[in-house]
Design a protein around this ligand. Sequence first.
Ligand SMILES: [Zn+2]
Length: 140
Amino acid sequence: MVDPSNSFRAVRVGSETGAGLAGWQAVTGRTVVPVTKVPVTYWCPKGHQTTPVFANLSEADIPTSWDCPHCGQTAAREPGGGGAEARSSDEPYKSHLEYAKERRSPDEAEAVVEQALEKLRRRRREALRRAESGRQRRGD
Ligand SMILES: [Zn+2]
């Protein structure tokens, strides 16, 4: 019996050489450059705390405000501070879904979803067909 999940197994970097990262570096001639990570903590008016991590940013480049992932209000870099003023307009918080709903009618959205599903189904059929013919060639 063939385990169908086998044909879709992902290949990890360096696994062909069996030497992990060092093997990948030897084979590709590329090196991994470490990135300086800068964690910055923001507090929203409701007291939620979030700490996004920025890469290689100077103090001047770090945003002064950040959208709270919990309630969507503007979080500032001091606890309980400046969040309300930091938002330039009085626009209420909108989720990604609400923005998407503004851009498309339900019918248009339906068409986009159908198109994406069809693409997905086609890819899946293709992958199944390839796995099937590979199996036949190996004589499983
Ligand atoms: Zn919040």
